[in-house]
Ligand binder design. Structure first.
Ligand SMILES: [Zn+2]
Length: 202
């Protein structure tokens, strides 16, 4: 990062999903700063680079989210990031909050017992709880998710996002884009092609 010109902002919809992947939705730093002043976006993450004028100084946004949802699909994407966000980065068994790299996904009804990979059967869990629960049915081992999992609305996800300080959620685009990769859903293939297609952007 050498100067403001090398600092475009990744633009996310109000459900925290990039507006588009091909091409990536990027705004120049000037457009991003203007949108911040017009109160049209929330700053999700910032660069270290600052811009200043006689009257103000601000760090340039690296990731911004539109306040008003632009309708592209009916529901939030079923992604790793959105599952963590729905569960507020907290283990749904011990209620502790962890950094993303220490969080895992748990199938409430284990896959080996016919549990599906879906909003209704996947919850955020810490490594220890996930290991302990193993292939047990929730009631057999007394581990019931604190909040019954369900598909959130875009509005609910946005409310979850507001509960975190801007730099908590994302350290970089790479993190964001990685977490936004769609989880493998039953009946659909792995989305590896998308990961591959995105990597040159890093
Ligand atoms: Zn836990």
């Amino acid at each position: 990062m050498t100067g403001p010109d090398a600092a475009p902002a990744l633009v996310l919809n109000a459900d925290f999903r990039p507006l588009s992947y091909f091409p990536l939705s990027l705004w120049s730093w000037q457009d991003a700063v203007k949108a911040v002043f017009l109160d049209r976006v929330n700053i999700v993450s910032e660069y270290d680079t600052t811009v200043r004028s006689p009257s103000f100084e601000m760090r340039l946004p690296s990731v911004i989210a539109l306040k008003e949802y632009v309708h592209q699909s009916r529901r939030p994407a079923f992604t790793r990031f959105n599952v963590f966000l729905r569960d507020r980065f907290s283990c749904q068994y011990c209620a502790e909050r962890f950094p993303t790299q220490e969080l895992t996904f748990d199938h409430v009804i284990p896959r080996s017992r016919g549990g599906r990979t879906s909003w209704e059967n996947v919850v955020t869990a810490c490594g220890a709880c996930n290991l302990f629960k193993g292939n047990h049915m929730p009631r057999d081992i007394g581990m019931i998710p604190i909040t019954a999992p369900k598909q959130p609305s875009a509005y609910e996800l946005q409310q979850c996002g507001r509960g975190f300080p801007p730099n908590y959620l994302h350290e970089s685009w790479r993190d964001y884009l990685y977490w936004d990769i769609e989880l493998e859903q039953d009946g659909f293939g792995d989305d590896l092609t998308r990961i591959t297609a995105l990597s040159p952007a890093f």
